[in-house]
Design a protein around this ligand. Sequence first.
Ligand code: NOJ
Length: 542
Amino acid sequence: MASLPPDRSVNLNWWRDAVFYQVYIRSFADADGDGVGDLRGLRQHLPYLRDLGIDALWITPFYPSPMVDHGYDVADPRGVDPLFGDLPEFDLLLTEAHAVGLRVTIDLVPNHVSALHPWFQLALAEDPGGPARRRFHFRPGRGEDGGRPPNNWQSTFGGPAWTRLPDGQWYLHLFAPEQPDLNWHHPDVAEDLARTMRFWLDRGVDGFRIDVAHGLAKDPELPDMPDPAAGWRLDNPDPDSPKPPRDPRFDDDGVHALHRGIRQTLDEYPGSMAVGEIWVDDDERFARYLRPDELHLGFNFKLLEADWDAAPLRAAIERSIISVESTGAPPCWVLSNHDRPRHVSRYGDGGKGQRRARAAALLMLALPGVAFHYYGEELGMPSVRLPDDALQDPVWQRSGQSERGRDSERVPMPWSGQSSPYAFSSGSTTWLPMPAGWAPITVDAQERDPASLLKLYRAALRLRRDHRGSPAGRVTWLDSPPGMLAFRCAGMTCAVNLGAAAAKLPKGSVLLSSVELAAGLLPVDAAAWLTEHSPPPAVTPG
Ligand code: NOJ
């Protein structure tokens, strides 16, 4: 059953400059024709991922779940939901991924469980004050009849973070009511997580992405939020607005002891790693998660939040680097994921969005450290405006249908063909509808087009591998015309033109460009990689 990657013991730090491919499992490839992606579908496409040139997979939750939050409501963290396959299928996937040189990381969801998890079912069956309830946050309500929630916390999906049971008690859920928060002050919780980690590590997984890594710990007093109206979502505040008061729902000081415990378990498996989802805007507080005995990596979402403009992009890059500088951890870049609009759409959609996404690919892959790539990013998949009746994200209902939620960026991957389901599935319907007009962006169509984004990604990933041989790490900004970003890193120069007119390329010979170049100029919304220009050696007179 256990499947070790070829050189887990040789290259313990494989993750430090890896490119991870995020497989949103529901949407990558459906092998059994039910319209939902699965593990076998992923296994069948491993050669595609190997040829793309990525280093590792991050597979989103595939555990038994009622799927209220599409798998982030876990009923059994040590199993596989039949919708996605079974354990033997997972083991096969692991073995085959390792055989083609890909590492495999999976999600851990330690902040909450599904309401159908046996622990919560036990808690529900119990009277108020019973021991099974202590694994969660149960409280009496406020007001004379206890009819008001115990505090003013908001769920990040909208509405109060508390639900009342018929017996009068309330329980906490920072997400949907079907995702009760675990009480990390209870010893069973950490013990069970360690058991889950060992279960998957023993099978051979290479690491974990930790969901809501800045959650978990809560002040037992559960103090009110200073401004509940301002902060119900997971967001970094606008950098120009005054610093908001601390949000007691997240980033409690107690969380670090929990991460140290998680790290101890990982350290039993040399070469394994964890990356945390950390929505913490303050750089110093962010860095605390990356101390040598805590997480290996932390997603920094600043690039994903920055507009397509030279100043905010440069600020996002600089701050992401500064925030990890004191820790020894490499920065960790993300342009898109399953929770945010895809960057093609953020950058303006249509031809403009596509062109900018090509440039953004070269920008992100030239930066030092780790890159996370969301499935379909290599095809330029945009977010899709779905009809109201197709929306499934709990955010849609919880927000009183004022927020459309995250389904738009989770539409299945188009592999080939002229119409839906574009070979995503052998069935005819897909869990989210796939739009008409995607024939030109399918994998198959882009394989046949030498100028496609898919081909650009492959070339970029190949070059990135070749260049990472140099002592990597630092970004040196080059003087450049207004609107142009140019920097050197790992023996290469990257230039991106975010200005209003074509601009002169920096020195060096062009290795790769997002569009065709002419006359030493970089067009608007384009990027290029160049060999680092070294001045000719000084000639000593005489
Ligand atoms: C963050 C995940 O990325 C998101 O998709 C999920 O809904 C929440 N955590 C709750 O688990």
